[in-house]
Design a binder for this molecule. Structure first.
Ligand code: BGC
Length: 444
């Protein structure tokens, strides 16, 4: 490692991989057989005409050709990740794909899905699948590659992206921070620097001014709690510094960043819809512990910024269990499938009296064996919460296509559309058509 790399990431020898174990031949997950939501699933879907149906992506995970703190980190950690991956068993259906977890290329985002150049083709696919909304992030490191120097060409690029969506009747939802930072920002200390949020607000303000006539929905931060935990507690994301003090500092800075950026955006247009996408897990904990962990993990950040939120975005994938019990249904990443959790969380969020969007919900499923049922059952649970008075306005599947799953790399396959990473060919998976049917049914 160079001195810069050492000061940037520390000199750690070990990287903790996010990826977990597998259960081969686990029972096929079927929502129809699960009594808890069979009722909703059988009945007709009942969604308002204005409901947003779509999918989410983030710049670093799909665009390709980015240069930010993550790309630096990927280069210096790829070898170690391969070594770590060798310590565990992998099923053939993962090892047969390119790239697989035992290859260094798996951990380098590189050209990713090539979405930067193929966005029109990709939005044609989204439209053909019935989507009327799409969430994506603007890559700060492209817009402001050097401190204070805004790149007009890149601003124009995102203008074209937004227009391409609008031309296809797809509402753009823009995320302004999805975990990546310009290298200059990271070198200044990232979120630990005193003035970090001033730089971030300046970027957000510029984006608000540029796209004020084209964009209504803004998600300032994606999963601040999870990111701060992974970056400063678990050491799973750059800058990989494990310290409670740094974690708290970054967390407080992100709260400030949201507040300032929200104020800056509202100054541009008071009718902008400002939100957040927060990662939430249903906490299957004993009654005494549950309220505490639920509040700290799922609600604290939202409570701290609620006065500057027009809507709440929920990213729901799985529950957390107090004790390890082997779940019956899991994804390729070993994440438990538990649709009821979405309903529990939505019902609890009702107390904030804000519109809610499911901003991410998805499954890593390379064989596409469980995805259709996963989507149906979670939508059924969302419907149940809506029937009980929760104001949900949209559902975004994660993700439109397979993409670069951060420290796990390319092997987890979340996409409605499969990517062949050698040719960048897109292939629509059968589950994407099942999702399309739901969308169509909800409108009929
Ligand atoms: C993140 C995405 C990620 C997804 C699946 C969310 O926590 O916002 O970037 O790919 O989960 O792990």
């Amino acid at each position: 490692m160079s001195n810069f790399q050492k000061s940037f990431f520390g000199n750690r020898k070990q990287i903790v991989l996010l990826s977990t174990g597998f259960v081969e031949n686990c029972p096929r997950f079927s929502y129809n057989k699960t009594p808890a939501f069979a009722e909703e699933a059988k009945g007709r879907l009942n969604f308002p005409k204005s409901f947003f149906w779509g999918s989410s992506t983030s710049s670093h995970q799909v665009e390709g050709g980015t240069h930010n703190d993550w790309t630096e980190w990927e280069r210096v950690t790829a070898k170690l990740k391969v070594e770590n991956a060798k310590l565990r068993g992998w099923p053939d259906y993962i090892l047969h794909k390119y790239p697989n977890p035992l290859q260094e290329e798996n951990y380098i985002s590189g050209k990713a899905c090539g979405h930067y150049h193929r966005f029109r083709e990709d939005f044609d696919i989204a439209r053909s699948l019935g989507h009327n909304a799409h969430r994506f992030s603007i890559e700060w490191s492209r817009i402001e590659p050097e401190e204070g120097k805004f790149d007009e060409k890149e601003i124009e690029h995102y203008r074209q992206v937004i227009r391409a969506l609008r031309e296809r009747g797809i509402e753009p939802f823009i995320t302004l921070w999805h975990w990546t930072h310009p290298v200059w920002f990271a070198k200044r200390g990232g979120w630990l620097a005193k003035d970090a949020q001033i730089y971030f607000s300046r970027f957000c303000k510029r984006m608000g001014e540029e796209f004020k006539d084209e964009v209504q929905y803004w998600i300032i931060l994606n999963e601040p709690m999870l990111w701060a935990t992974d970056a400063y507690r678990l050491g799973k994301k750059p800058p990989m510094a494990q310290s409670v003090f740094k974690f708290l500092k970054a967390y407080v800075q992100l709260v400030r960043a949201h507040r300032n950026a929200a104020a800056a955006l509202k100054d541009i247009n008071k009718d902008f819809h400002i939100g957040i996408a927060e990662s939430m897990n249903d906490m299957l904990f004993p009654a005494l512990l549950k309220p505490f962990v639920h509040y700290f993990r799922n609600l604290l950040f939202i409570s701290l910024v609620k006065n500057r939120l027009d809507f709440i975005g929920v990213n729901y994938y799985r529950p957390f269990r107090f004790r390890f019990q082997k779940p019956l249904h899991i994804s390729d990443m070993g994440w438990e499938i538990y649709p009821e959790g979405m309903c529990h969380l939505l019902k609890d969020l009702k107390k904030y009296c804000k519109p809610i969007f499911i901003m991410e919900n998805g499954i890593a499923d390379a064989r596409d064996a469980k995805r259709a049922d996963f989507i149906k059952s979670h939508i059924a649970m969302m419907q149940r919460a809506m029937n009980e008075g929760v104001d949900v306005r949209g559902y975004f599947y994660w993700s439109l296509f397979d993409n670069f799953e951060w420290d796990s790399g390319f092997w987890p396959r979340f996409g409605l559309v499969e990517i062949d990473y050698q040719t960048l060919k897109r292939r629509i998976r059968p589950s994407a058509y099942e999702y399309k049917k739901i969308i169509e049914e909800s409108k009929s």
